[in-house]
Ligand binder design. Structure first.
Ligand SMILES: *Cc1c(COP(=O)(O)O)cnc(C)c1O
Length: 386
């Protein structure tokens, strides 16, 4: 059954669909002119010199870690509350993820715990701008600089996030973005990597396409035949023109869609303020929230009334309201327990949040009436109404 209010819905305009059709008609489906155009537009948007478009944020994280020379024997610090991809990418490099707790209010990385977990083996820190909330990047960067470790920003939620007028993703050695179907900009599947040094984008570009010295589209631009060389055992992480066709139009609407989500966020905060829920915090002064997720938590009053998170999720689904859980803390998952010996009490705050949190729909297609309906449904559940 289609939910009454879907959790997320990609913004696919007629122009974007026309662009996809035109891409198919052009005969050039994979990495080509539209990817190059998307990379330029994304660099302009972020205010960086170069972007590498990829097929996922996970690929961007993997190439970022390789760019920081992360390998076997190294440790990489990750937050306990994030999508598993953040930690999986570390494992893909043969390195060991080390988990750090988060702040109770913002879900941003806990800076004190970060400093405690840095060891002589630490090679990099991956910080997540959770739900679009700007992580305390200046404090984190001061620590990574002091210990001489690399900083990677996981910006899967944070395309629009800014700190002091500068875009998230441009503070660290690398920034990794996601254009997965539920993210603020989508290409179906997709991602991007940016780096403080343009050379490192070039190195990642080589690894993103088999390690060959020139991509097919760049080769066809030459007037005479050129052989390619293989410079490294690279990966298959390139974005297709078919994906970039969608991305170009999504990027053009990024500001407008952000404004709509900001208004929905504000409406939720007003309408849910008197319920036994902890609401998400706003961005600190001088910074900008990405408004990717509206995640709330059932609180003690709610639990005392028997309204656990899972109860509320069930009741919302019966009422046709789409929801998500962002996230169960990483130490709750079997792999991390079995392979790395993690336990939920390694990150008590992340674990507690993960057991009480759920996310409400937040996408630009929601009307004011949709948000009213979501809030009325939540209220009915807390009032014990059917
Ligand atoms: C979605 C997400 C990813 C992975 O993105 P993909 O593009 O699906 O690889 C990584 N980190 C976080 C925080 C995410 O939400």
């Amino acid at each position: 059954m289609q939910p009454l209010v879907p959790f997320s819905r990609p913004v696919l305009t007629a122009t974007a669909i026309d662009e996809v059709v035109a891409t198919i008609a052009s005969g050039w489906l994979t990495t080509g002119p539209r990817v190059a155009e998307f990379e330029r537009a994304f660099s302009d948007y972020l205010g960086t010199s170069e972007t590498l478009a990829l097929n996922s944020c996970t690929a961007a994280l993997h190439l970022s870690l390789l760019g920081c020379k992360v390998g076997a024997g190294d440790e990489v610090i990750v937050p306990g509350l994030t999508y598993c991809a953040t930690a999986n990418a570390v494992v893909h490099c043969g390195a060991t993820p080390v988990v750090v707790d988060v702040q109770a209010d913002s879900c941003a990385m806990n800076v004190d715990d970060l400093e405690r977990k840095i060891s002589p083996k630490t090679r990099a820190v991956i910080v997540v701008h959770f739900a679009g909330y700007p992580a305390p990047i200046a404090r984190i960067r001061a620590i990574t600089d002091r210990y001489g470790v690399a900083l990677i920003e996981d910006c899967a939620h944070a395309i629009e996030t800014e700190i002091d007028g500068q875009h998230a993703g441009t503070f660290g050695d690398f920034g990794a973005f996601s254009f997965y179907a539920t993210k603020n900009i989508t290409t179906g599947e997709g991602g991007a990597l940016v780096a403080r040094s343009p050379d490192r984008v070039g190195e990642a570009r080589l690894l993103s396409l088999h390690g060959v010295s020139k991509g097919a589209w760049r080769r066809t631009g030459e007037s005479s035949f050129r052989h390619y060389d293989v410079l490294a055992p690279g990966y298959k992480y390139n974005m297709m023109d078919l994906q970039a066709a969608l991305g170009l139009h999504q990027l053009a609407a990024v500001g407008q869609n952000w404004l709509r989500r900001e208004a929905i966020w504000a409406q939720y905060k007003v309408q849910l303020s008197d319920l036994p829920l902890d609401l998400p915090v706003d961005a600190p002064l001088g910074s900008r929230h990405g408004y990717h997720l509206f995640s709330v938590r059932v609180n003690n009053e709610s639990l005392e009334r028997g309204l656990t998170r899972d109860r509320v999720l069930e009741e919302l689904s019966v009422r046709g309201i789409g929801t998500g859980v962002h996230y169960h803390a990483l130490p709750e998952f079997s792999y991390f327990q079995e392979a790395l010996g993690w336990r939920p009490d390694n990150t008590p705050i992340a674990t507690d949040i993960g057991r009480r949190t759920f996310s409400l729909p937040l996408n630009p297609y929601l009307s004011g009436e949709d948000v009213d309906l979501v809030c009325a449904s939540v209220r009915d559940i807390f009032d014990g109404r059917r």
